[in-house]
Design a protein around this ligand. Structure first.
Ligand code: 9D3
Length: 261
């Protein structure tokens, strides 16, 4: 058996936000809630507004040069970050959740899980003064090409994906499944009882007890579903000999580009 490295201190997520309750609430459930209970992770939430000075506790202001909307001020965020960095493990990177950031994926999640912890800065409604990205954090992360209302939900996405990779947070069986998902196929479809519901039957082969037939059926289904739903992944697939006949032959032509928008 390989020796497993075991963390002595919890992996701490430090989240800077104008909506601390939103982050606290969402991390209290399910896998994250249990991991925190077990001391494997911790979520520390910082209220950016507590780092404002004026009596209106102003966290945003009009954009220089004009334009619609408001911009979150650099000063409260910088001060809040200073506090978070002081409380975080040495070397903990700080990331700004930003619609203009680098795309988050499973590979990035694996890299972030190797860090001593994470500081995540959330903007809301509007943009954040660019000086935060340039001078106060180590990177900017987006979770995808759609417009959200703020960085809180994206931060929760990052926390969930990274926490699952901390040893002990999910069972061995789940983490093995995650590795197989990283091979570039969507998962095979799953079914449970009853064998028939409103006329819809579970594929007979799954009831057959023929393990080799079941394995081939699942691989075929995963390939078909990947081709249908994820042409981008399908184009990059390295086919096994048993998959051969399922891929159209296009000699000398590049793979179809993934459809987007
Ligand atoms: C439509 C508004 N956009 C042009 C002015 C800029 C904009 C500002 C703030 C767009 C989104 C947001 C709020 N979103 C985030 O803070 C965010 C986000 C996202 O919207 N999509 C994917 N990932 C992320 S990470 C943070």
């Amino acid at each position: 058996m390989a020796v497993r490295e075991v963390r002595t201190a919890p992996f701490v997520f430090h989240v800077l936000t104008l909506f601390p309750e939103m982050v606290r609430q969402a991390t209290a459930y399910s896998v994250l809630g249990r991991a925190a209970e077990a001391g494997l992770i911790a979520v520390r939430v910082y209220d950016i507004r507590e780092h404002t000075h004026d009596r209106h506790r102003t966290a945003d202001d009009e954009p220089y040069g004009g334009g619609p909307g408001m911009v979150m001020k650099v000063e409260p965020i910088a001060r809040c970050l200073r506090q978070a960095r002081a409380e975080a493990a040495p070397g903990t990177p700080a990331l700004l959740m930003s619609a203009s950031g680098v795309l988050f994926d499973q590979r990035m999640a694996r890299a972030l899980a190797e860090e001593p912890g994470l500081i995540l800065v959330c903007g809301h409604y509007e943009g954040v003064d660019e000086r935060v990205a340039e001078h106060y954090v180590d990177g900017e992360v987006s979770i995808g090409d759609y417009v959200l209302s703020g960085g809180e939900v994206p931060a929760l996405v990052v926390i969930d994906a990274v926490a699952r990779l901390i040893p002990g947070v999910v069972g061995n069986r789940d983490s093995l499944a995650e590795e197989s998902h990283e091979e570039g196929l969507v998962e095979y479809p799953q079914y449970t009882r009853p064998a028939e519901f409103e006329g819809h039957r579970v594929p007979e082969v799954l009831l057959s007890g023929n393990h080799e037939a079941i394995r081939r059926f699942r691989r075929e289904q995963a390939l078909a579903k990947t081709r249908r739903n994820r042409p981008d992944l399908y184009a990059r697939l390295q086919m096994e000999p048993e998959d051969e006949q399922r891929r159209p032959l296009r000699l000398g032509r590049p793979p179809e580009p993934a459809k987007e928008d």
